[in-house]
Design a protein around this ligand. Sequence first.
Ligand SMILES: [Zn+2]
Length: 73
Amino acid sequence: MTDLFDVDQIPVVLMNLPAHIRGFCCLGSDYEPCIVLNARLPQEQRVRAYLHEIEHIRKGELYDAGYTEYAET
Ligand SMILES: [Zn+2]
């Protein structure tokens, strides 16, 4: 499963987030995208959340300053 996290070389960080947050994408200090996933999620849902966030990054939505994401399915 770890291999999935290497797609596009986007780093993934697991954090203990509130249960209603699946994950989000953000810009690192060097303006490279990264994805934060809720460590509480089962692996299967982490992968789904990861793929979802990848799609946002591909669409360029990450670079919208107002972009935040919570509780999506
Ligand atoms: Zn989304």
